[in-house]
Design a protein around this ligand. Sequence first.
Ligand code: SF4
Ligand code: SF4
Length: 467
Amino acid sequence: MRDEDLLQATSYRDRISTVTKSGERNWVYAAQPAGKWYNYRKILAYSYMLVFVILPFIKVNGLPFLMINIPAGRFILFSKIFWPQDFYIFAIAMITFIIFIVLFTVVFGRLFCGWVCPQTIFMEFIFRPIEWLIEGKPGQQKKINAGEWSMKTIFKKAVKHYLYLLISFAIANIFLSYIISVDELVKIIKEPIDQHYVLLFGLIFFTLLFYGVFAFVRDLVCTTICPYGRLQGVMFDKDTMQIAYDYKRGEPRGKFKKHAERTDGDCIDCLKCIDVCPTGIDIRDGLQMECIGCTACMDACDKMMEAVDLPKGLIRYASENKISKGHPFRFNGRMIAYTILLSVLFLIMTFLVITRKTVDTIISRVKGQMYQEVPGDKISDLYEAKILNKTKQAMPITLKVEEFHGEIKLIGIKQIILAPENITKVDFFLEVPKSELPHRSNKIKIDVFYGDDKIQTVKTKFLGPFK
Ligand code: SF4
Ligand code: SF4
């Protein structure tokens, strides 16, 4: 191919489909897809929405199944409370998740965007269907937006935007219930509004944010804002599965003529694949950053192939190597490396979650306090313990010292009872026989017992007289 031809053929890469040459927004009027893949996506999308709505209501042992209270630094996952002290588990989980997404993208392309991403799910299965229902097919929508607004148009627009706002408000409420729990949300709704201005502001903010995204920003989220979308280019290789147009079979494209012998390729240039594309691209130009892997063009093309009695799959899931060289799918070196890394991280994370402590204790000598000599030829040091109980139940615990015949004497209390989901402060004296202390500063271990179970061992220092 000559350089000018190559430049011409790839000029679509110099711009994005949703922006005109003069820099204005190119509004996408996508047609409703129909077909096998759209039906699969519908099932997944509505199941996913159902899970999104009911998950905040699910509780195990009185705790929500999932709660992510970022402002309070409190997270509940699988009904287990995680505190800021457990942040390292979250950090590992985030890294594992990112590697998983990278591996997934290297192998399956933007499958996440098309099938699972909330932006696509809500846009394509709630907001856009409402638009089709109220304003009609893309042609009718274009007409409405281009012409003078009649009372009927204003009514249609008002109904659509009212529904959009209502649904955005519902999503914002569900979203909030993941942060503060559904019980707290219901309590706040019942209480006078002037006690919860901050939350009200949050609700209004998120409602307007969702409304703005789904009513106006739309595909720009996927093509311009989302960092994951922007990273696709560096993650894809020629073995990545993607939604691909089989240019070997399709080109040269040419219109379908009934009863005439076909000398062109299989693409009948009907443009149906472009009509249904929610990001407004022509998949026949090749892999593009804007493609969210939604399968709409696959369904549209299959339908046309069926109608003209040609084999389906002109647009299908395939790697570039499969289309250009006929290579079957292979797990290449990069994929193997990511898989090993992911497995190791997953094992580390499982280990950390399983061995995660329900009680976290910090013990330190009270600063500025000297040791004391006490009756029985013993030395006594003053300590302060801060004990975090991560569970929902009050926990009676005992502190013991197994070395040096140490004895703990609590100050002001007889028994340590840890308040649920709280930090309990305890002061105590630790007495050790003088004769057993080998040094002035001695390392000592204090064990924390819950019943007969030793749940933690804390290392600290015990100071005595010079030897
Ligand atoms: S090119 Fe096809 S798969 Fe990609 S976004 Fe458009 S319709 Fe969806
Ligand atoms: S839908 Fe299929 S046949 Fe029609 S233009 Fe697209 S690729 Fe060609």
